[in-house]
Write a protein of this length. Structure first.
Length: 350
């Protein structure tokens, strides 16, 4: 069987400003709007699908966290081994000009899952408003922001579920509150997890920005311990694959939003050993290199399962990235000109 992938690999931030010229066709849409518009049309097609017409496509929305623009082999980083990401880039469409409205975790996720700009959602920060994030005396202070995705906000998962799609979420959510007050459910918590926003299943999604650890027991409230020392990204891939096998009777919307390569820096030992001795421009931390390859390996397993299920020719794979690297020292790669969280700031990649 000939496999035809429809891929979009977005190697920077959540909101894209396309410039005229250069290679390919460029439109004045942000990537979240383009993704949502395309998939919404798929849902409408399903609702009005005539008997005998081709079914609407499955959608696999993979999002990595804190992965820099130059953290893939296909982006010119010869130190890193990322064959599955590279294959997506080679077979699909690459969006390489990116400017972010709010280049941090929660705003990106909120924008992608709703199609709305972070400012419209008032989700413009990745953490709490407390002084630990914004010490007094800084020249620029942010206004108060929300840290939960409100129930009245319609999500892509809700639209697709109502159109007949199976909807599954696996990984980092970070839209259910960072300062949840005891006995006040309106401030966040489980009532704002993915399964309250249109997803049939939620594995791993909670309010955490990063996992307490990447090794089981993960101490993530929505993942039960299974095998001591199991790597989190492998576990999420396992869960996504198992769910896809059970859900293939209808079109699927699968969100695989990896915690990797977000801090803490932890990777399988074999991959850490592989990247020792490769340090230099393009890789400053062998553990981070291991995290990147572990993520690529897990994504490859999910893509292989799509092929095994016989649905590759009607599956759209979309890969945006939340932020560049560089928030937590020690920084990991040199990502000029696409520096990390704060452009040329205190915590930028250097």
């Amino acid at each position: 069987m000939s496999v035809r992938w429809a891929n979009a690999i977005c190697l920077a931030r959540s909101v894209w400003s396309k410039k005229p010229g250069g290679n390919g066709v460029r439109h004045g849409w942000n990537n979240a709007t383009a993704i949502l518009s395309f998939v919404a049309l798929c849902g409408v097609s399903m609702a009005s699908n005539a008997s005998g017409s081709p079914p609407p496509p499955n959608v696999l929305l993979i999002m990595t966290d804190d992965m820099g623009w130059s953290d893939l082999h296909c982006q010119g980083n010869a130190k890193l081994h990322t064959p599955n990401f590279d294959a997506l880039a080679r077979q699909g469409v690459r969006f390489t000009d990116a400017y972010a409205a709010a280049p941090v975790c929660s705003p990106t996720r909120a924008a992608v899952i709703t199609g709305l700009a972070p400012a419209r959602l008032n989700i413009t920060q990745h953490g709490a408003d407390g002084p630990q994030f914004w010490p007094e005396g800084r020249a620029i202070q942010p206004p108060p922001a929300d840290h939960i995705l409100k129930h009245e906000t319609v999500t892509l998962a809700e639209r697709l579920h109502s159109a007949g799609y199976h909807t599954g979420f696996f990984g980092k959510w970070h839209l259910s509150g960072t300062r949840v007050r005891k006995n006040d459910p309106s401030t966040g918590g489980a009532g704002f997890y993915p399964d309250r926003h249109g997803f049939e299943i939620n594995v791993g999604g909670c309010g955490f920005g990063g996992p307490p650890t990447y090794f089981d027991p993960f101490r993530i409230p929505t993942i039960k311990p299974r095998k001591d020392g199991e790597y989190l990204t492998d576990r999420l891939a396992d869960e996504a694959i198992a769910w896809m096998r059970l859900s293939k009777d209808r079109p699927m919307f699968v969100c695989l939003w990896t915690y990797n390569p977000h801090y803490p820096f932890e990777a399988p030992e074999d991959l850490v050993e592989k990247y020792k001795g490769r340090e230099g421009r393009g890789l400053k931390n062998p553990i981070y290199g291991g995290q990147i390859e572990a993520t690529d390996r897990a994504v490859g397993r999910v893509l292989d399962e799509v092929k095994r299920l016989g649905i590759a020719d009607r599956t759209v794979v979309i890969l945006p990235v939340t932020t560049g690297d560089g928030l937590v020292p020690p920084t990991t790669t040199r990502c000029d000109p696409a520096r990390g969280i704060f452009l040329k700031g205190e915590y930028a990649c250097r």
